[in-house]
Design a binder for this molecule. Structure first.
Ligand code: SF4
Length: 431
């Protein structure tokens, strides 16, 4: 979501005449887009603010400093404003307007008024112009479809910082996807904290399945993904659309968070392990060759060894293609931070994380080995360490060597080496 928000801001700034620089010493404007989902991310943001504050005070008093994202939140953050007086402008998540307005008002980038107004209108109408640096080099992009979240998982700070659920109109999303495809983007991921709740708040009751059908019509677009799903909203109609429509990748991201019903209840996730397992079986029924990723939190307050073991068992049973493992980190204002003791020691959280990581490494070695000698379709994203890098429809990372330029192309690769985290192969088709 932050990558999508940053792209939107960069696009807006370029429309006002700004150009990107790699070096902060050369910049007129520096913006940090922040995440506070864990304390470590928040700490990194403070480190950057201290460094940029010192730069501004010592040598660059003219530098405009912006702070964006969850550290600002939808309601602003007075504490941060008092602690870091060098910040000139605060941008709530997914809202570039405060900085764009400031740039317009201060006119430190020279543009005629009509030019600025027409360019801003284009942005608001959903025509997302890729920043110059991304044109011809960006083949995968992210499009937010629903902002915020109205759920109340006890550990989660996102509803406090990103606000209540707000779906974007279908036509705006479709226009944005079309403009990205026209600029060379081949794969789009539709984003939402609970993406499968898309449309629940819209007067016309559009839903994600309907939206996917519309985006599927985008000329030039090769692949569509969506994330993150919530187990309670992945219905059969949506799964059918994913299974049947050729551009929609058969890959589902659906967090479980824990394999223990007691922990799930303490997290207020709204489903049981049994219901989650039924869902996984339904997904596999619709997409026998598809892939499934999930998220897990270890060390949630009160998580016992046997409850943790239940999560290990769940991972072994369902053989996920990817598991994002997070160590529980109490976030200020959340129910778990206010009412539950963070009683699993840091060392034990790390042991549990490592244990799950090892289970996953073994599961993935088995899954990926089955692809040895097989042909997979890869969308080539770029070049890395003398090899082309891309992903399969099931979101698996693949490398191959070739002297020609393949970025942005769909190619077939025959897998000849498979490890848990990536695979290597030979190019077999080049159209
Ligand atoms: S559904 Fe996701 S974003 Fe919403 S509160 Fe729960 S964990 Fe946070």
């Amino acid at each position: 979501m932050n990558a999508a928000d940053s792209l939107r801001l960069a696009s807006g700034l370029e429309k006002l005449g700004a150009t990107k620089t790699e070096y902060i010493a050369e910049a007129d404007i520096a913006v940090l887009n922040t995440c506070v989902v864990r304390q470590s991310a928040e700490d990194r943001a403070y480190g950057w603010l201290h460094r940029v504050g010192a730069l501004k005070r010592d040598t660059r008093p003219d530098l405009t400093v912006g702070l964006m994202g969850c550290l600002v939140g939808v309601k602003g953050n007075k504490k941060i404003a008092n602690t870091f007086p060098d910040i000139d402008v605060f941008l709530p998540p997914s809202d570039p307007a405060p900085l764009l307005n400031l740039v317009e008002q201060q006119q430190f980038i020279q543009k005629s008024e009509t030019d600025v107004v027409s360019r801003r209108h284009a942005l608001q109408d959903g025509e997302l112009i890729l920043p110059a640096a991304d044109c011809g080099t960006t083949f995968i992009s992210y499009v937010p479809v629903v902002y915020g979240c109205s759920h109340a998982c006890t550990f989660c700070i996102i509803p406090f910082r990103r606000g209540i659920e707000r779906s974007r109109p279908v036509d705006q999303i479709v226009a944005e996807c079309r403009s990205l495809a026209e600029q060379g983007v081949k794969e789009i991921t539709l984003l939402g904290q609970i993406v499968d709740r898309y449309g629940y708040d819209l007067p016309d009751r559009s839903n994600l399945a309907m939206l996917l059908e519309r985006v599927h019509e985008t000329p030039g677009l090769e692949r569509i993904r969506f994330l993150t799903s919530h187990p309670n909203y992945l219905d059969d109609e949506l799964l059918r659309i994913v299974a049947e429509m050729p551009k929609i990748c058969d890959h589902i991201e659906v967090p479980v968070q824990s394999g223990s019903n007691e922990v799930l209840e303490n997290m207020r996730r709204g489903y049981t392990v049994e219901q989650y397992s039924d869902l996984i079986e339904r997904i596999r029924m619709f997409m026998p060759k598809g892939s499934i990723s999930c998220d897990v939190i270890v060390g949630f307050p009160g998580e016992s060894e046997s409850q943790f073991q239940a999560t290990c068992d769940l991972l072994s049973k369902h053989q996920f293609d990817k598991v994002h493992i997070a160590k529980y980190s109490p976030r200020p204002g959340t129910v778990s931070a206010r009412r539950m003791e963070d009683d699993v020691p840091a060392k034990e959280k790390e042991r549990r994380r490592k244990t799950l990581d090892e289970i996953q490494a073994s599961v993935l070695s088995d899954i990926n080995r089955q692809l040895l000698g097989k042909k997979v379709e890869v969308l080539v994203e770029g070049y890395q360490r003398d090899r082309w890098r891309g992903r399969t429809r099931t979101n698996k990372l693949v490398f191959f060597e070739d002297d020609r330029v393949w970025a942005g192309n769909l190619v077939d690769v025959e897998i000849n080496w498979a490890g848990p985290w990536f695979m290597v192969g030979n190019l077999v088709r080049t159209d």
